[in-house]
Design a protein around this ligand. Sequence first.
Ligand code: SAH
Length: 343
Amino acid sequence: MSRPPRPPAANSRRQGASPAARPSAAVGATGASLHPRNRHQGHYDFDALLAQSPALAAHLISTPYGERSIDFSQPAAVRALNAALLRLQYGIAHWQIPEGYLCPPVPGRADYLHGLADLLASDNEGVIPRGDQVRALDIGVGANCIYPLIGHAEYGWRFVGTEIDLQAIAIAQQIVDANPGLAAAIELRAQTLRGQVFASVLKAGERFDLSLCNPPFHASAEEAARGSQRKWRNLGKPIGKRAATPLNFGGQSNELWCTGGEASFLRRMINESAPLANSICWFTSLVAKSEHLPALRKQLQKVGASEVRELSMAQGNKQSRFLAWTFLDASLRRVWRAQREAI
Ligand code: SAH
């Protein structure tokens, strides 16, 4: 067994070809607490990972502590580790994304799902509602399809994933199709109106117990490129040809930025959520920059949210969080729950 990398920091959510965690020195550090139900506590069990995914062997390295690990600056190694983790921990036998697409740090992504399960449990006498009557809407599912994969495996929830990038959606669909049983649980929908979050992807009368989102982070392509170069430099890698051609670009530039960055994306999401008060019980999103929170809370008050919660996730030495809001008070949420159970 070897220690896993420090769980991903909030700003390492934007991984494409760049590393999913700090390499070498940090590889040996377990980092701060993941959610207690997170399957990635403590040490990666490389014996078990290799038994399930022999292809990972090609990417193994030995750390300065003499432990087995992978080189997190190598996208192919991170992809192989992710494929092995998804297979071992979540029974996802086939997971493949092309080079250049966002390669998610699995432990951190799983934490958001566990936090969401706790949120739903708080309306359900402390019991996590499981099974396919629970419906979740993932805004920006990405090529990696990570939240539906983990959420369905952990809790049996059904997902609709939306995406503006048609190539990403095609890759996510390949993952769904390659794994028996997923097609009934995960539906992917293209968001054809780039500036919209919920509009046009919801069908009439459709209801979701929650929405989730890992929003585009940077405000411009240039900012995203600078972010990539900074990460590369932090890894002690020369800013050579690879970094000058921004690492995270190509097919997945949408993944990294949107006009106005995270704050503007979340503003749009909040504005669009109010008219959907009775269609989605809990709206949620990751918020990478805590300085955005006061303005977001103010806006939520303005649009009439009846409850707003901020749920923190400690990941490595970074504090991350997701914001959750609902327009339904506790008694309306009891009605919602009864209707779900009646399905
Ligand atoms: N959920 C994945 C991908 C997050 S990156 C993960 O956590 O790894 C953000 C994704 O949102 C990108 O794939 C981007 O193409 C998509 N996106 C951006 N604007 C969107 C919109 N308005 N509606 C749906 N998806 C959007």
